[in-house]
Design a binder for this molecule. Structure first.
Ligand code: ASP
Length: 424
């Protein structure tokens, strides 16, 4: 934890140094005779982006298969599962729609009527992109649903097609749960190990984030000076505003109406877990504390706690879902691409899937935006725009993820007839 906190500081320092270096050595300048600092910035940033992309496919497969195969082992919990899943999907969708509303109202990717992408260092969107995306209609949704079933799952993985991959992994995980115990355990062991190893690699990649972020920030500033920052700040505020509405208004209203408990009491009890989520940026790392607060603090039964929360830490991420949607919309706006109704619905749908597929570790949500960009047809390079402030937004969205899990536990417990919840 100490190391993780020091990474925060390193990233902040990298942000500041990157901006400083970019201002000092604008694009085109040279040092020591013939070294182009801009090329060095570009090298560092590109390397970091490539490393992030490298982990996506195996991380996603390990996360989903081990998650589904592990949870599926607990049988006889059908009703609990139904309620829990219902809460997760409903609140994630509400979160995404809140984000969608705000990003459409504020339009952080457009400034003075112009897309901000080029000003922020993006290469120009391929001309056919706007046309291709503008013409999307209901037929495309049908097409996408069709393409969710891969003809060849290995090819889907190799080509980085995320939706078919997610679909196949869900199916595979489900199939593993039906195998005889010995076989199921062997498979689960394999996928859990793959997942653990990929989390390690992701951790290493994230450890290089200060260098990567230095490079990206320096590159953006070297190309466009301070002009790049206003849109980034507006984008960050859009995410934070939507997270605020979802966690402070919508979720409390839901637990008050459905669970008939006092939200302010729940917040007080959950505070230590929420702060831990905020500072570790990991719902999985926070899970033990979340369980303690829900069981020993809020008085939810062990039966509900031990089912709802581990599942929630894996698949329920309201904050991440909201963030994915706002980020993808921002990138589309920055490229100057207008997404019509159907494309936006596609963003909503894929944001939901991406949040389910995201692991509860720092920056997992960032990697998953690639899923949406790929599904909608936007260039993955758009990720470069939002990298710099991802760590800060990650803190807030992780706290919202844990907050939604905890609200789910309370609501499920209350609808299961538990009367001791939040009475103290
Ligand atoms: N860090 C988040 C979590 O652990 C996932 C994300 O990056 O959105 O909940």
């Amino acid at each position: 934890m100490i190391r993780k906190n020091s990474l925060h500081w390193q990233i902040l320092a990298a942000l500041a140094l990157g901006v400083g270096a970019g201002l000092l050595w604008p694009k085109g300048s040279t040092i020591l005779g013939n070294i182009h600092p801009y090329a060095v910035f570009d090298f560092l940033g590109t390397l970091f982006l490539r490393a992030l992309k490298m982990v996506i496919v195996p991380l996603l497969a390990g996360s989903i298969i081990s998650g589904v195969a592990g949870v599926g082992a607990r049988r006889g919990l059908g009703r609990l599962f139904g309620k829990t899943f219902g809460w997760y999907v409903t609140t994630s969708l509400l979160a995404i729609l809140t984000g969608l509303l705000l990003v459409n109202l504020i339009q952080p990717g457009i400034s003075d009527g112009m897309p901000v992408g080029q000003r922020m260092g993006l290469s120009e969107a391929p001309p056919e992109l706007a046309e291709k995306l503008a013409g999307r209609g209901a037929g495309d949704i049908v097409g996408i649903i069709q393409r969710m079933v891969p003809e060849n799952p290995v090819a889907a993985a190799a080509e980085g097609q995320m939706l078919p991959l997610i679909f196949f992994c869900l199916l595979f995980g489900l199939a593993v749960t039906t195998l005889p115990e010995e076989k199921r355990r062997a498979q689960l062991g394999f996928w859990e190990t793959l997942f653990a190893a990929m989390m390690k690699i992701t951790g290493w990649v994230i450890a290089t984030a200060p260098l990567g972020i230095f490079g990206l920030m320096a590159k953006i500033t070297a190309a466009s000076g301070f002009a790049a920052f206003a849109p980034l700040a507006r984008y960050g505020l859009t995410v934070l505003g939507a997270l605020f509405i979802h966690s402070v208004i919508i979720l409390p209203l839901l637990i008050w109406i459905i669970g008939r408990v006092a939200p302010q009491r729940h917040i007080r009890i959950m505070a230590p877990a929420l702060l831990t989520a905020f500072s570790t940026r990991s719902s999985s790392a926070t899970l033990p504390l979340t369980m303690d607060r829900i069981e020993n603090g809020a008085g939810v039964s062990n039966r509900v706690t031990s089912f709802v929360l581990p599942l929630g830490a894996t698949i329920n991420m309201d904050g991440t879902a909201l963030y994915e949607c706002v980020a993808a919309m921002f990138i589309a706006q920055a490229y100057g691409v207008e997404l019509g109704f159907f494309s936006q619905m596609l963003v909503v749908f894929t944001a939901l899937l991406a949040s389910i597929g995201a692991a509860g570790i720092p920056a997992a949500g960032l990697v998953m935006i690639a899923v949406i960009l790929e599904a909608v047809g936007l260039p993955l390079e758009g990720l470069a725009l939002i990298l710099a402030i991802d760590p800060i937004l990650d803190m807030f969205r992780t706290a919202v993820n844990v907050w939604s899990d905890s609200c789910g536990a309370v609501v499920v417990a209350r609808t299961e007839g538990e009367t001791d919840v939040l009475v103290k």
